[in-house]
Design a protein around this ligand. Structure first.
Ligand code: AMP
Ligand code: MN
Ligand code: MN
Ligand code: MN
Length: 290
């Protein structure tokens, strides 16, 4: 696929350093790429340098965690000005919140007879690349496997880290509404990430999309990696109904994981796409005025 607007590097929970990720995307034929690490812009400069060398177009990107109706939601922002104060301070706050959360996850696991998880998760993370960011749940999962606390990643999430489990600590995220406001202030194009991954009923998912539209969101991630065709079709309908642009990305985290970089199910071809807006570097405000 030509554009990939969703992937991760070692700046968050990906396996590849930003430059290696951009090289892999280029080798897969990606022409327009956004690196969307969780709650950090730390990988952007390295990715930009690599993109310049290879002649691949890199759009600034981030995947922000927030809460809505008691659930953790992911929102993707693109083409923003990184230096805008509200975005920079929101990212600082998330950084602090993620560290506090990682400590809390480790405390809870220690209380269940699994000591050393923060140091262990940190070691896994450091092994993959330098990062001052807090370890994410996949880093915890990897350490828990190595320590023999669980059989594999799947079990780590099923028993301890997955939605609603002891290690699913989420109280530090800002609200969806304030996250959308922050991204709008930074002049970002905003997409709702993987709307089918939240374990919501149809009705609740529709309410989420309505709140997203009300908060000034522009696009829906209609295709996310190998997500099944029926979900792509359903999200395409939602995008049409709400007049949202369609976005797509692999959500690549590493080789032999969820998906390959640059690959996701095809979008229906009548949908207006997000990435032409990004590459023309249109400002989202110009859309609001038109
Ligand atoms: P965190 O940033 O700490 O919230 O971790 C989020 C990441 O954990 C996601 O991007 C996934 O890579 C991974 N993850 C979340 N839930 C699961 C699950 N049930 N099974 C496997 N991986 C998961
Ligand atoms: Mn992730
Ligand atoms: Mn996500
Ligand atoms: Mn992601």
């Amino acid at each position: 696929m030509y554009a990939d607007l969703h992937c991760h590097s070692t700046a968050s929970d990906g396996m590849l350093a930003p430059a290696a990720l951009v090289e892999r995307a280029h080798a897969q034929g990606v022409g327009v790429l956004a690196l969307t690490d969780h709650d950090t812009l730390d990988g952007q400069a390295e990715a930009r340098a690599a993109a310049g060398r290879l002649g691949i177009e890199l759009v600034s990107g981030i995947e922000l965690s927030c809460t809505w109706a008691g659930a953790t939601i992911h929102v993707l922002g693109y083409g923003f000005e990184a230096e805008v104060a509200p975005l920079a301070s929101a990212i600082d706050a998330l950084h602090g919140g993620r560290w506090a959360r990682a400590e809390e996850i480790a405390r809870r696991l220690a209380a269940k007879g699994m000591p050393g998880c923060l140091e262990g998760a940190r070691a896994v993370q450091q092994e993959r690349g330098e990062s001052g960011n807090a370890p994410s749940r996949p880093h915890f999962a990897e350490f828990m496997v190595r320590a023999g606390y669980v059989r594999d990643h799947a079990q780590a999430f099923q028993r301890w880290l997955g939605a609603g489990k002891l290690g699913d600590v989420k109280q530090h995220w800002p609200t969806l509404e304030s996250t959308l406001a922050t991204l709008r202030e930074a002049g970002a194009w905003i997409s709702l990430a993987h709307p089918c991954h939240y374990d919501f009923t149809r009705t609740k998912r529709r309410k989420l999309v309505m709140a997203f539209v009300e908060g000034g969101g522009h696009a829906l991630e209609v295709s996310n990696g190998p997500q099944v065709d029926s979900q792509v079709g359903m999200l395409a309908n939602t995008a049409r109904e709400f007049g949202l642009l369609a976005s797509a990305g692999s959500d690549f985290h590493g080789p032999r994981q969820w998906s390959e970089v640059g690959s996701y199910r095809a979008l229906p071809d009548d949908l207006p796409l997000l990435w032409p807006r990004l590459t023309r570097m249109e400002h989202p405000k110009s859309k609001e005025q038109s």
